[in-house]
Design a protein around this ligand. Structure first.
Ligand SMILES: [Zn+2]
Length: 308
C-alpha cells in the first residue's frame, strides 16, 4: 500500500473522537518535557505489546511518509523497540526504523484492538492483533535506515538507562569542561535522558550548586552523580514517574504520592531537606531549581557567577 492511500484512509475515518475514547496515556499530562525514564518505559511497554508481531502501520494525519516500510497490506513486522535518551526507535524488518521524539507535546495512547477510528491528529497508528498504539503531537516521527539511526545516536552522549552505556566520555567531558554542571547535565551530547527535573534533583541530593564549573567537581562525586542518575532513572522507569524523595515507601502507595511531595526542590517553594526557600535561576535559557542552603556556592561557582 502506498503512503497516499493510507493517508486517504485516515482522512476518511479520521473524525474527532470524544475525549473519553482516549485512555491509557503512558505518561502523566503536564508541561514538562518527558525525560529518559518515560521514553524507556514506553519502549518496554511497546515491545511487550507489539514486539515480534506483524503490525499495521498507518499515518491518519498523512504527515508521516511510510516509504517502503510496509507491505501491500499495510503491515510490517516490528522486530524491537529501543530507547536512546529521549529518542525512541521502532525497528522493523527490511532495515526500516521509525524514529520518534515526543518533544514537549507528543503522547502515546494505548488501546485494545480493534481500535476506534483515529483522531485526525494521529501522526502514527501501530495496530497489532491485541493492542493498538496511537502517537499524537510528536516533534519528530520519520522513517530511517540503520545508517540514519546511527547518525542520531552518534550525536548523543551515554544514556545511563542503557545496559550498553559507556560512561567514560561523560567523565572525560566533565573533567575538562568549565561549563556549569547544571548546563552540562542537560546537554544531550554529553549525557542523555536527563531533563529539568532529574537535573535539579540529582544536584540537590549531592549538594552541588548548579553553577559549579563541571571540572571543579571531584571525580568521586562525579561518579556518585552518574550512579545516582542511573538509580533514579531506573526507579522512574519502574514507577512511571519521577520520585526522588526518600522515606515515602511506607507512607502510601507510590502512585498516590502528590507531585509536589515527589521531589526535593523541583517545582517547590521550600526544600524538603531543610525547609528553606528554594531558588530558581535561568541557566542557558532553562530554569533550574536549587536550595541555596543545601547546595552552597563553591568558590568556583562564585567565581563563575562573578561574585568574588
Ligand atoms: Zn535545603
Amino acid at each position: 500500500m502506498q503512503p497516499g492511500s493510507l493517508a486517504r484512509h485516515g482522512t476518511r475515518c479520521g473524525r474527532i473522537l470524544p475525549s473519553t475514547a482516549v485512555s491509557g496515556a503512558l505518561q502523566s499530562a503536564g508541561s514538562t518535557m518527558p525525560e529518559g525514564h518515560t521514553i524507556h518505559r514506553a519502549a518496554r511497554d511497546h515491545q511487550r505489546d507489539l514486539g515480534g508481531r506483524l503490525v499495521r502501520v498507518s499515518s491518519p494525519q498523512g504527515r508521516f511518509a511510510l516509504d517502503d516500510l510496509v507491505d501491500e497490506s499495510g503491515r510490517a513486522r516490528l522486530l524491537r523497540v529501543e530507547a536512546y535518551g529521549k529518542h525512541l526507535f521502532f525497528v522493523f524488518e527490511r532495515r526500516r526504523i521509525v524514529h520518534v521524539h515526543l518533544g514537549l507535546f507528543g503522547r502515546f495512547y494505548r488501546r485494545k484492538s480493534p481500535p476506534p477510528p483515529p483522531r485526525e491528529t494521529t501522526r502514527m497508528r501501530l495496530e497489532g492483533d491485541a493492542v493498538t498504539i496511537d502517537l499524537i503531537g510528536p516533534t519528530a516521527c520519520d522513517v530511517l535506515t540503520p545508517k540514519g539511526m546511527r547518525a542520531i545516536t552518534s550525536r548523543l552522549g551515554p544514556d545511563p538507562l542503557r545496559a550498553d552505556a559507556d560512561s567514560a566520555p561523560f567523565f572525560d567531558h566533565v573533567a575538562r569542561s568549565r561549563t556549569p554542571i547544571g548546563a552540562v547535565l542537560l546537554d544531550q551530547s554529553v549525557i542523555c535522558g536527563i531533563g529539568n527535573v532529574y537535573r535539579a534533583e540529582v544536584l540537590h541530593l549531592l549538594g552541588i550548586h548548579p553553577e559549579t564549573p563541571a571540572s571543579a567537581i571531584p571525580e568521586a562525586k562525579v561518579q556518585s552523580l552518574w550512579r545516582l542518575a542511573v538509580g533514579l532513572l531506573r526507579r522512574g522507569v519502574e514507577e512511571k514517574r519521577i520520585v526522588t524523595t526518600r522515606g515515602l515507601e511506607l507512607a502510601k502507595p507510590r502512585e498516590r504520592v502528590p507531585r509536589a511531595e515527589a521531589t526535593n526542590v523541583y517545582g517547590r517553594r521550600s526544600c524538603r531537606t531543610c525547609e528553606g526557600d528554594v531558588s530558581t535561576q535561568t541557566l542557558r535559557a532553562r530554569v533550574v531549581y536549587f536550595c541555596p542552603s543545601c547546595q552552597p556556592r563553591s568558590v568556583e561557582a562564585q567565581q563563575f557567577a562573578g561574585l568574588v
